[in-house]
Design a protein. Sequence first.
Length: 202
Amino acid sequence: MGSTITRMTWIVAFTVAFALVSTLVYRGSHAALSATTANAGNIWSAFGISLSDNDGGTALFSVSGLLPGDSGAKCLRVTYEGDDAPDGVRLYADVDGTDSSGVGTGQLPANLDLTISYDGDGPAATDCTGFVSDGTLATVALGSMPDDYTDGVELTSGGGDWQPADGESRTFRIQYALPIAAAATVQGDNATATFTWEAQKS
């Protein structure tokens, strides 16, 4: 009787052991038939460009009591930084105005003449000390300034886009003049403008 019990015990033990071994072999066989390949560490970095200027966060112009025949000028140095040259840098403006009653657009934007020029090696001084023009870029009434990049002022003398290298700078001079003939139409009017230099890369 004792012999029979012993035999049955071994049979059960063997059966359990076999089941465990079979499971391991079966799973191991599946692992042996698996194959992978990996390509890790992929990174996408967007093309980087930036423009900066030396205005110190202050408007170039703040003129009151403007009289027919008055004129003035300010300069701004613009510096480009980028991974590669842009397609172009252009200048445009957001212009607004009010008449003497404060309700209409007024006539001052249409009568204030601008002359925009540049100095490729110009100084950084906003008062234009030392500025020597390398060419006139535009002569236009403030109210006729383009208001987006597509129609913006091209910043190379004779036409064509300025395509600066990384770290390249130019100084731009904006001169204004109010013609004497405008006296009867602009009295009490106001004009505001935001000048924007924009670089694009496609």
